[in-house]
Design a protein around this ligand. Structure first.
Ligand code: 13P
Length: 214
């Protein structure tokens, strides 16, 4: 299982989380990555943790003020990027363009979707992975894997029907090792989470719990 920690714009210490994630990954052998604010990518990557961007724009180099350039986040140390999110909704054409920009820059891609239908649609665009995250469960206490297991299994089927090479992750409300094991049993090969680590009093303990059943 891959554990991808999205720090969103939470007021956590990205270096504390990154250091803990690096150590827990090393100790457990579980792949863990951290996706900080773009401005923090370089110093997060310097900790040695696998580092992802939260977004890249479709554009390449040029006159694109305010854009997040895939080549720039790769140069800063990111090896992957999230694309699309219920909190940062993109049009299908822009998702396609961002995947192509990430591919050009050598970044791994994970495209988020709200439901299995969206997962099928974005899987057709050829990302490395997709993540199903029901918006109503994001930031809550109940894991998607418990609250709505059918969403996970349907997302796994929707992606496989389009492209069997696309990995399927799930997210929303995941905070414990039991949640991770349940997600794995439903067919997910990774989880995407945020508040369970970014808002934890002890991010290291939260990460240790997440990997405890793997
Ligand atoms: O949106 C998410 C990750 O991208 C999930 O957030 P929570 O883990 O806070 O529910």
């Amino acid at each position: 299982m891959f554990i991808l920690v999205n720090l969103k714009a939470y007021p956590c210490d990205p270096i504390e989380v990154a250091t803990a994630a690096r150590d827990v990954a090393e100790e457990s052998g579980v792949r863990i990555a951290v996706s900080p604010q773009a401005a923090d990518i370089s110093r997060v990557a310097d900790t040695g943790v696998e580092t992802w961007a939260q977004h890249v724009d479709p554009n390449g180099y040029g006159s694109h003020t305010g854009s997040t350039l895939a080549e720039a986040v790769a140069e800063a140390g990111a090896v992957g990027t999230l694309i699309n999110h219920s909190e940062n909704r993109l049009k299908l054409a822009d998702i396609d363009g961002s995947i192509q920009a990430a591919d050009r820059a050598g970044l791994e891609t994970c495209v988020c979707g709200n439901n299995p239908a969206q997962i099928g649609a974005v899987a057709a665009l050829g990302p490395d992975s997709v993540a199903v995250e029901p918006p109503e469960l994001i930031g809550g206490d109940v894991s998607v894997a418990t609250a709505d297991p059918g969403i996970v299994t349907d997302a796994v089927d929707a992606a496989a029907n389009v492209d069997e090479d696309v990995d399927v992750y799930c997210g929303a409300g995941i905070s414990t090792g039991d949640d991770v094991v349940t997600a794995e049993e439903l067919g997910a090969s990774g989880i995407l989470l945020a508040s369970g680590v970014a808002k934890a009093d002890d991010p290291r303990a939260a990460l240790e719990d997440l990997v405890s059943g793997l």
